[in-house]
Ligand binder design. Structure first.
Ligand code: SF4
Length: 341
């Protein structure tokens, strides 16, 4: 199978072009077309000689996933359904908020982790996304936004990003590279359920980005009920791994905590959470569970949420309550299932 043009890191592109006997400036010409003009159409790359365009066409593919559906939420959130080369489908979500535009990016088709509060988890894993399939979501968002700036990227779409470690990390290095999208590390957040060996690998890699951990309970037995991954990667070990990550990364870790009625918002839950985050440089992001049809768990009411926030406040950490966006089009946290009604 031919390699996709967007799968090349700029340094790999340089090596490849050298083997073709091309000069270095061709790298900049090609990366300009991709990352500044958002084009991977070889016929549009008119600054390249015809002979090189023909050679690239022989060696590589330039397939562009197609947006087959778009939905617009009352709050301005936009959800896009994309068809990939093998007809597999994924979703990406563009969230405008004040002066920010955040793109929620998918990393897998489906997911194997079976979190009980997440629609993607019920799909099972179909396959990992290739590096270019991850990057193409950013490229499409840039085209859609036109003259508005894409300010933040969050790997919180379909899939567990660290289960697709190599392709995802390569995409992030291309995102950050000067000849790539040139994205600041502090504007890229990777959200994980806590795949410990991969968090450790990320710590050792030296790559800088923000880490978010989908925690949802700091009580081991409870976490195992809603997140089967916790059996293999228990909280005690996860904490060690996160402390190590904190030492090597300049950014505070975010703990995502989906609040579920009568399950994880009692005094006992708050105390456990305060104890767990105790010495980790972190902030807590509380999210009200977004109702999904056919699920028996329920969202808490406002009084229950306020009560839980008050129980957490003495932890003297940054605590935010994030109002979910795009719930009316099933674009909010945990609702992505690549199905449209
Ligand atoms: S929350 Fe993330 S890791 Fe868990 S099932 Fe959903 S997509 Fe997978």
């Amino acid at each position: 199978m031919k390699q996709h043009l967007l799968d090349f890191h700029p340094l790999e592109l340089e090596q490849y072009l050298t083997t073709l006997g091309e000069k270095n400036y061709r790298v900049k010409q090609i990366t300009n077309w991709i990352f500044r003009n958002y084009s991977i159409d070889i016929d549009q790359m008119t600054t390249l000689p015809r002979s090189l365009r023909e050679k690239l066409t022989d060696d590589l593919t330039f397939f562009m996933p197609e947006i087959i559906k778009e939905q617009l939420s009352r709050d301005g959130t936009r959800k896009f359904l994309l068809r990939l080369y093998d007809n597999a489908q994924i979703e990406m979500v563009l969230i405008p908020y004040k002066e920010k535009n955040t793109l929620c990016v998918s990393s897998q088709v489906g997911c194997s982790r079976e979190c009980q509060f997440c629609a993607t988890g019920s799909l099972g894993l179909v396959r990992n996304l290739e590096t270019y399939e991850i990057l193409v979501q950013i490229l499409l968002a840039k085209r859609i936004l036109n003259d508005k700036k894409l300010t933040n990227i969050v790997f919180m779409g379909m899939g567990e990003p660290l289960d697709n470690y190599d392709n995802l990390i390569k995409a992030v290095t291309i995102l950050q590279h000067d000849l790539g999208f040139k994205f600041s590390p502090r504007r890229i957040t990777l959200s994980t359920v806590g795949i410990i060996p991969k968090i450790d690998k990320l710590s050792e890699s030296g790559l800088k980005l923000k880490l978010a951990v989908s925690l949802n309970s700091a009580i081991q037995e409870k976490r195992e009920i809603i997140m089967p991954v916790a059996v293999k990667y228990p909280l005690k070990e996860l904490k060690k791994s996160l402390l190590n990550f904190s030492k090597k990364n300049p950014y505070r870790i975010t703990f995502e905590y989906v609040m579920i009625k009568d399950f994880n918002i009692s005094r006992e839950d708050a105390l456990a959470l305060r104890k767990f985050i105790g010495d980790i440089s972190a902030k807590v992001n509380l999210i009200k569970w977004n109702q999904i049809e056919g699920y028996s768990i329920e969202s808490p009411d406002e009084k229950e949420i306020d009560n839980f926030i008050n129980l957490l406040l003495p932890a003297s950490k940054a605590i935010t309550f994030r109002k979910s966006r795009g719930t009316d089009i099933k674009a909010a946290c945990g609702q992505l299932a690549a199905e449209y009604v």
